[in-house]
Design a protein around this ligand. Structure first.
Ligand SMILES: Cc1cc2nc3c(=O)[nH]c(=O)nc-3n(C[C@H](O)[C@H](O)[C@H](O)COP(=O)(O)O)c2cc1C
Length: 324
C-alpha cells in the first residue's frame, strides 16, 4: 500500500488509461477486479450511451473506477452526467478546470489531473488536483514533448505530498519499477492494455502493436487539421497525438494543404464510432516496442507486479554487489 493506493481504494499501483471513444468496459472491469484502477473514456459518446457503459461496468465490478474527460473538446453534458454518476475518480487531460475540480470535490469525487510539463503540474496543484499523472511524450494519444524519464522526477519534486502517477512508455514490470524509483507512486498504462483480450479494438490493431517498433509510432503532423478543437485554455506546451504511422499521417506530413479537415473529421468520427479507426489514427505509444503478446488483463496485472518486484530486487542486488 502507498498514499496512492489508499487514496483511491485500490490494491496495486496500476491505472488502466482511458481510451477516448474506444469501448473498454470489460477491460476496465478486469483491471478493477485485479486490484488496479480501471478507467473509461467519454469522447464522442452521448451522456445516454455513457450512462449505459457505467451501468454495465457497475454490474461487472464493485471496485472504484475513473471516468475521464478532456478539453479536446469538453462535453459539459457528459461531464454533468459523470458528476451525477459519482464515480470514485474523475481523470482529466488537456485543460485544468479549477471550477470543475471543485464540483467533483463537492460530490466526494477524487480528481486525477494529467500534465505534460511543469507549468501544468504547478497549475494542477493550485487547482486542487488529488493526484497528478506526469505523462511523457512517449505516450500513445495526446501528450506533450518532455520524456517520461525527465518529467516524472521533476513533477515529483514539485508535487510534495500529492501522489504522482507516471505515464508514457511503461509496458512491463521494469517500467513500473522505474516509475517507483523516480518517486512516482504508480503507473498508468495505455498501449500495453490495448493488446489485451478484453480490449474491443480490431485484432489487426493489436497485431500491429505486437509487431511494431518504437519508431513506427509518430506524433501526428499538423494534428490540428484532424483532431477536435481544444475548448479549455491550455497550460504549457501544446499536445499532439502519437499514433501508429498510417497513410493518413504520411499525407499530413507531405501534403497538409491537400487534406479536407471537415470531411476527415466526419470520417474519423464514423470509423471510431463503429469500433474501427485503426486505418486512420490508431493512438499508440512507443512502448509498442515492448509489447510481445495479447493477454487477458488480469494476467497482465499479475505479471506487471511480479516483474516489478523482480526488477527492484535485481536493482538492489546490482547495487549490493558494489556498483556505486
Ligand atoms: C487509444 C488511446 C486513447 C487515449 N485516449 C485518452 C483519453 O481519452 N483521455 C486521456 O486523458 N488520455 C487518453 N490517452 C492517453 C492515456 O491516458 C495514457 O496517458 C497513455 O496511453 C500512456 O502512455 P502509453 O500509451 O505509453 O502507456 C489515450 C491513449 C491511447 C493509447
Amino acid at each position: 500500500m502507498n498514499d496512492l493506493t489508499s487514496l483511491l481504494g485500490i490494491d496495486v499501483p496500476i491505472v488502466l488509461a482511458p481510451f477516448g471513444p474506444w469501448e473498454e468496459v470489460e477491460l476496465a472491469a478486469a483491471v478493477c477486479n485485479a486490484g488496479g484502477l480501471g478507467s473509461l473514456g467519454t469522447a464522442l459518446r452521448s451522456a445516454k450511451e455513457l450512462q449505459e457503459q457505467w451501468r454495465r461496468l457497475r454490474d461487472l465490478t464493485d471496485r472504484p473506477f475513473a471516468i475521464n474527460h478532456t478539453g479536446r473538446p469538453l462535453d459539459r453534458e457528459a461531464f454533468e452526467a459523470t458528476l451525477d454518476a459519482q464515480p470514485a475518480v474523475i481523470s482529466f487531460h488537456m485543460g485544468i478546470p479549477a471550477e470543475l475540480i471543485a464540483l467533483a470535490h463537492d460530490r466526494g469525487i477524487r480528481w486525477i489531473q494529467a500534465v505534460g510539463d511543469l507549468d501544468g503540474a504547478e497549475r494542477a496543484l493550485e487547482a486542487g488536483a488529488d493526484v497528478l499523472v506526469a505523462q511523457g511524450s512517449e505516450a500513445g494519444g495526446n501528450a506533450g514533448w518532455i520524456s517520461t524519464l525527465v518529467l516524472v522526477p521533476a513533477v515529483v519534486d514539485l508535487a510534495g505530498s500529492t501522489p504522482v502517477v507516471a505515464a508514457g512508455g511503461i509496458a512491463d514490470g521494469r517500467g513500473l519499477a522505474a516509475a517507483l524509483a523516480l518517486g512516482a507512486q504508480g503507473a498508468s498504462l495505455g498501449t500495453r492494455f490495448l493488446a489485451t483480450t478484453e480490449m474491443t479494438i480490431a485484432r489487426e490493431w493489436k497485431d500491429r502493436i505486437v509487431a511494431a517498433h518504437a519508431q513506427d509510432t509518430v506524433k501526428v503532423p499538423h494534428s490540428e487539421l484532424v483532431m477536435p478543437p481544444f475548448t479549455l485554455p491550455q497550460v504549457g506546451a501544446a499536445f499532439a497525438p502519437r499514433v501508429l504511422r498510417t497513410p493518413l499521417t504520411d499525407r499530413l506530413e507531405t501534403d497538409p494543404a491537400g487534406v479536407d479537415p471537415a470531411a476527415l473529421a466526419q470520417q474519423v468520427r464514423e470509423e471510431v464510432g463503429a469500433g474501427r479507426g485503426q486505418d486512420l489514427l490508431p493512438f499508440t505509444g512507443q512502448s509498442a516496442e515492448l509489447v510481445h503478446d495479447i493477454v487477458p488483463a488480469a494476467e497482465l496485472v499479475a505479471r506487471l507486479i511480479a516483474d516489478c518486484r523482480n526488477a527492484l530486487d535485481r536493482a538492489r542486488l546490482v547495487y549490493g554487489l558494489g556498483i556505486p
